[in-house]
Design a binder for this molecule. Structure first.
Ligand SMILES: Nc1ncnc2c1ncn2[C@@H]1O[C@H](COP(=O)(O)OP(=O)(O)OP(=O)(O)O)[C@@H](O)[C@H]1O
Length: 362
């Protein structure tokens, strides 16, 4: 990283009552990137945002904004702004007053406030909506007002806590494009919280996958999708086929009683591993041409593809996404290439994971 990180968390821990909700969080964020915290409900995503914003204090550890330790700096003096899930707009004020609120309390001269609000409205494509009441705006428009209210303060960092979760699917997808585009246009750092993996993959430069108060993997969307570090990430980030296997040697694995070429190396020969193959990487073919043979059990039409489930001779379940139909009860061959096989080191069991988290307490 050439520039100073815009946000740094060092050994950050948060305890509420007796419960540790964040364990030893460490990261450095670069300026101008779109970061996402992704994980199931209750894993601590919002708590990280609250610590950065200054709405809660870290129990241990250091939080820096632009290289400066901010643990003792109040929320209103940090150059970050938050867009909340429910937007937190003032329902009795019109659009202009909602956006101008922060500037007015800072006692900015009126003509300057007007200019800034107009500029912010233009950014979110709501020019001319100054006098509308909040109750007269659609969900998507309220969302944009909330963003305008945050960016009018020219923050270095914008924190977004599930800002799209109240929108219907179509609008949500539109807003994903808009937010991504806005982030690139403004060039400020976004930290976006979601439990929706597709949203995270579509929007982010970099994703932190969280589970039970810890970051379990971080990387680009492609890295995380293609090389999930363990079963939790593989399951959480998309549909996967996961079957037990063994590393034979570099670039060779065995599973379902056969050896296959793969693209992984550096794992001890003989090590037990798990094999991940995405449903869209499996191709239906004839039994003779198949690298594996499965018996087709169910088939659902999903619009763009059929979702087909079959079982191999060892009883492993295989999900296949295919534009071709299969015939229930029949054997078919599956084709896949070496690059479609992803090798996962045997992850910790749930119990081992919990024990490791507890060891942080000692
Ligand atoms: N003020 C609080 N007092 C006590 N416990 C809290 C408080 N805020 C959060 N928690 C607990 O901390 C844990 C993490 O909560 P957090 O809101 O950060 O999760 P999240 O990943 O954002 O979840 P969601 O997606 O459901 O919002 C949860 O177990 C929650 O109950």
């Amino acid at each position: 990283m050439t520039d100073k990180p815009i946000i740094t968390l060092e050994n950050v821990k948060k305890v509420y009552d007796d419960e540790t909700v964040l364990h030893d969080i460490n990261f450095e964020l670069e300026k101008g990137k779109f970061y996402t915290l992704l994980g199931p409900s209750g894993c601590g995503k919002t708590t990280i945002l609250r610590l950065i914003a200054g709405f809660a204090d870290a129990t241990e550890g250091i939080i820096k904004i632009n290289g400066e330790t901010v643990n003792d700096i109040p929320a209103n003096r940090r150059k970050v702004n938050t867009v909340f899930q429910d937007y937190a707009l003032f329902p009795h004020m019109n659009v202009f007053d909602n956006i101008a609120f922060g500037l007015t309390i800072k006692k900015m001269p009126k003509d300057q406030v007007k200019l800034k609000v107009e500029e912010a409205l233009k950014m979110v494509q709501l020019e001319g909506y100054e006098n509308r009441e909040i109750s007269e705006m659609s969900g998507g428009q309220q969302q944009r007002v909330a963003i305008a209210r945050a960016i009018v303060n020219e923050p270095d960092v914008l924190l977004l806590d599930e800002p799209l979760s109240a929108l219907d699917l179509k609008l949500r997808t539109d807003m994903q494009y808009e937010l991504r585009e806005l982030q690139q246009r403004l060039g400020i750092t976004f930290i976006f919280v979601t439990h929706d993996q597709e949203e995270a993959l579509a929007m982010s430069d970099w994703i932190f996958v969280m589970n039970k108060g810890a970051i379990v993997q971080s990387g680009t969307p492609v890295d995380i999708y293609d090389e999930p570090i363990d079963r939790f990430v593989a399951d959480f980030i998309g549909e996967s086929n996961i079957v037990p296997g063994t590393m034979v040697e570099d670039y060779k694995v065995s599973f379902v009683g056969k050896e296959f070429e793969c693209s992984d190396a550096g794992i001890t020969p003989g090590e037990k591993i798990e094999i991940v193959i995405r449903p869209e990487d499996l191709e239906l073919t004839t039994v003779e041409n198949g690298k594996l043979v499965v018996n087709i059990d169910t088939q659902l039409f999903r619009g763009v593809h059929y979702e087909i489930i079959g079982y191999d001779k060892d009883g492993n379940e295989w999900m296949i996404h295919s534009t071709k139909r299969a015939e229930i009860g029949k054997d078919v061959g599956l084709h896949f290439g070496p690059q479609d096989i992803h090798v996962m080191r045997l992850g910790e069991s749930e119990e081992e994971f919990d024990a490791r988290l507890e060891s942080y307490e000692e």
